[in-house]
Write a protein that binds this ligand. Sequence first.
Ligand code: ADP
Length: 414
Amino acid sequence: MSVVLVVNSGSSSFKYRLIDMFAERVLAHGLVERIGEKVGVATHTVVAHAEAGEPAPTVADVTQQLTRAIPDHTTGFAVMLEAFAAHGPSFDEHRPDAVGHRVVHGGARFFRATIVDDAVEESIDDLSLLAPLHNPGALEGIRAARAAFADVDHVAVFDTAFHQTMPPEAYTYALDREVARRHRIRRYGFHGTSHKYVSEQAAAHLGRPLETVRQIVFHLGNGASVTAIDGGRSVETSMGFTPLEGLVMGTRTGDVDPAILLHLQRTAGYDTDDLDDLLNRRSGLVGLAGANDMRDLVARAEADDQAAQLAIDVYVHRIRAYAGAYLAQLGGADVISFTAGVGENAALIRERALDRLGFLGVRIDHDRNRSVPRGEIAQISSDDSDIVVLVVPTDEEVEIARQTLHAATFRRAE
Ligand code: ADP
């Protein structure tokens, strides 16, 4: 068994990647979007690879684009299959042995990647109540893919699963217990696939068994979260009941005093949709400085733009607070890693995030931090730093593929 198709479905689009798991080599990837609109768009890229013994690919990646009506995910899958048939790679040679699906919410039920059957589909559907923006799209993708690839295992890989190891004191809100129980309110945590992947990469980079390493992972993308990981187990994470809690994000507030919502309802006539829009789409970096791309904000801040400077100050202030809190929860750490768009690319954010941890022996090497090679693991702490600080590129698709392969292989062995 060696080829896995990874599918990441949203409500009106899905991304896919075909991976040869023998060398974790991407064979093709694509995006089917604007599902349900008048004209859908499908983009399919066949990845070029060097022949054995050759230093570099002899042909370039080939990207094809097609536009036509794609009314639903089932049609989207048919379009994807046509793209494979027309442009390769051929399924005769590289037929997927399993299909892995990203599912945002697995609730308290799913603590690992799980083979999808009708009962699992039903649970994902039931969990749409907790993730109304995410689970329905994933479910559509799963149904369409199960119809298109009826004879292989489909595996659901949940963003929440990695955090199911959190102890009760970390996942419990100090809410009325009965209300919390009835409405399944607790901290679930998200970005688990990325936190798991990055923490494994970091331990491997240190050359130490995962079980012996205490670490903190900052996933700073458009969405942002931080996780404390003890011996490979998530013990605390900043996203909570939804992906809104915690760090300042591109368009989301992260932590706010919930009484602000009551205040806006009482005195300014905000209803549920207004609050949802404010908290999830009009806040964070966009709310503070009108833009969510950290590249722009850093450039503007350097040119003395005060809104951009404040946005970065608030962003970093929150990261520092979490770094301190999680170091305290773990009782110290061996390694702190930065990942995702901002974490992998914004040297300024990384150095400012840790600039007050000198008292714990955290020493950033500024030259290393400013010259991190793109796409590679890099140490940015100096050699005499007591805590190693790394930049670790995340790869959620590869992690989904690994877990898919593992679950499918395990099932076959049963
Ligand atoms: P998503 O959460 O959508 O997967 P990503 O992990 O791709 O997000 O991160 C996207 C964000 O990364 C962008 O909004 C941008 O702020 C930031 N980013 C990307 N490249 C750079 C860069 N060179 N410098 C600073 N920030 C960057």
